[in-house]
Design a protein around this ligand. Sequence first.
Ligand code: ZN
Length: 476
Amino acid sequence: MKKSKIIYAIVFLLFITSCYFVYVEKNIVQVSFKGSSLIFISGHIADTFTNIPDGIIVMDKSTGKIKWVGEKNRIEILPENFYLESKGVIYPGFIDSHNHPSYNFLKRWRPDEVFQNRYEWSRKKDYKELMVGRKTFTRSGDLMLVAEKYAELKALISGTTMIQGCSLRSGLKTLVRNMDHYNRVVDDHITTSIFPLQPRELKRAPSIVHKIESGQSKYHLVHLGEGIDESSKEEFYTLKENGLIRPGLVIIHGTAFDKEEFDIMAENNIGLVWSPMSNYVLYGTGTKADIAKQCGLTISLAPDWSITGSDNMLDEFKFAWEVNLKQFNGFFTEKDLFDMMTWNPAKITGFEEYIGALKPGMEADIVIYSKKDSNPYKNLLHCNLTDVNLVMIKAEPFYGEIEYLERFGKKEDYEILAINKDIKKAIDVTDPSLEENVPDSEMRLYEMMDTLIKAYPETLPLADGVGLYQNKKVLP
Ligand SMILES: [Zn+2]
């Protein structure tokens, strides 16, 4: 064959294939769904696995699950569909894997010294004085329930849809999911230990191992190595001698650990929870998260508590980013930190089949933030609480723009929050999805705040600059 003929043949072939692609492009299968329980929301969709600038998520209110996620041009929206057009970024709800909700109404504590380990600061006079305010609460189950519900709302307004560390009070079945109990998707499979080195706790070791091996529970979360001295590091080896450094363990803090400990954790598939803000306030430094990642650990990011840590996941994310720049020379990307708030915590605590990403069949827990950057992960660095447009749990809206909650028919239920005085958002703390009778499930936010302030006048606001807007005033 002549050279010119070959060229003609190639050109012809290219023409045919491009026609084929145009044909396929024009004939993309259009999906459409019918059903009054479906909710369609458009926006930039981003999770650990997906980044769709012009996408749509379809959720089913009757199941509380995600039905479909994809490009907007692949789905046909029928006139009967409930459709909300958002200009924001739709993320999976954040998972807070380390908190102490029953303390989060207390004042902040910023000691003017740093400590060697957790036992040092907890003996300080200032700290003990701070805890006096909690005594009234520990004596009253009703007050404690309100304090923990209030902590859920602190978490909710930044987009957190699951929080760790709650007590076993049935009133917590509503609102934000609780990792330890009332996760609202699967039987409880987590046990925790805040003081694993106490003799009584060490005695529990064989039964914890037995529970994990027999499948009665899946994960045991321990607060470990919180400090910067040798004794904090030694805690790791004490647990090892007791057979607890094994698959199924999740370590919160690990502030004192180095490569040796992280390597053993990696061998045993042990997850790490990093709480930089609280660590910096108390110890002047934090967990070596960069080394932990290099050793192959899956790391999640969480605020610890608002006393010495952040009020919410967004603040902790921003703090972690600063640490990343200053201490780790930019070792992590924005997406790495984003994964630490969504997929990673789901994975290390056994919820990855249900939450932590936006996939069909998973629970419809989402947060929508304003879009201020085309990179959805970087976007969060530019956002603050005024940019939270909508938070949904199990396809049920709890918080967001007033017009959104009204479109969802929440007019009767919502209360108004003022953020930085003049930005108003709607919050609905009552939960219609529960059939059974849950104590205080009808309690409004103003009642919660009233109860808390009466018992503890210095109750911390939901976040700095955030208050309940009532009778043209902002509380507290
Ligand atoms: Zn803690």
